[in-house]
Design a protein around this ligand. Sequence first.
Ligand code: LMR
Length: 407
Amino acid sequence: MGSKTRKKMFFQEVAEAPPDPIFGLGSAFKADPRKEKVNLMVGIYKDDQLRSELLHSARGAKNNILNQDLMADYLPIDGHPELIELLGPIVFGAELWKANHGRIYGAHTTGGTGALRVGAEFLAQEVSKTFYVSNHTWPNHRSILERAGCQYDNYPYYSREKKGFDFEAMIAFLRTLPEKSVIVLHACCHNPTGCDPTAEQWRLISKVMKEGKLFPFFDFAYQGLGDGIEKDAESVRIFLHDGHEMAIAYSCSKNFSMYCQRVGVLFMVDENSAVKMRVGSQVKRIIRALYSNPPAHGALIVAEVLKNDDLKQIWIKDLEAIRKRIHLMRESLIQRLMTKAKAINFEYLKSHKGMFSFIDMDKSQAQRMIDEFAIYMTDNGRISIPGLTTKNIDYVVNSLSTVCAKR
Ligand code: LMR
């Protein structure tokens, strides 16, 4: 057959996509034969034996609902209504929720990622297609915004020179932005840097955004993993108190161990209940075309944890235990690094909060960690602290000291 007449196959020119910056190395890690290998890549909570299992509270809730979870019907487009009513007070605090819930719409979504995707599409449709994400940020933010038809740019957040949050640079930049720009904010436990604004700084960020008529879009994926359930929600509550219209993409993956169940909520804080109804109708339209309606099982588990007093107490304890282990591992890491590598200043790690710490290193150093030491991490220097254990910490410290010393 001549080349002109030869039928071209449809997929012949499909280009291979680059691997995901966080999940992409998973199979390489699995296949790596080195016994000493350490996985510090994905933000998953693991215990000191590296088990990633359901929290005690979620386990109890799962047992309670198992025999009642016989429903084969669809959930409504915006999911399990009880989940919204139960998570509302956790996110906004009981009093603020009571005072404002008539104007806060909530849709139960397929994880925090689903909430971000639906929220981005809604905001692109109704507010603006111009988004700003922090420099650095969770890489999936950019992919989600692209898919939702938004344009994005960075706002200054982390300074390599200061080795921390650059508050002045962020504020100065926010003041230059056009009205209606959407600003993606990390409510707590900033991913990947681990550096959060203080409450005082959040107040000023809120003020500057209100003055500049900028729209806040919170990604809230780590409530309870930083300083505690209440304290971690301070940013969102400050903005609610200041009267912003805003969106919050909430995830139950980490704080309820619902990773594989995909439980999230998109909260939309509106001007009043009439606007809430109309906002809800548009959000539902977007969900219907994306995935129709969310899965039920995980949402029933979270709802059971929150409405059963005993399980809720166990949940509070579960989160305390998670915070304690993360704190302990970060402390040990810092202490050991400071003893082992006296010439390098690792003080900056002390200000980090939540699941991640951001090691000051470049891509080639992160690659060396993998190639020479079988310590897998993302190429921006982020490590997931729960991947550290009392067994592997000395090995990680020795490797980090070697790699960070030679610059
Ligand atoms: C992470 O940042 O590692 C987690 O949020 C998991 C993910 O989906 O990327």
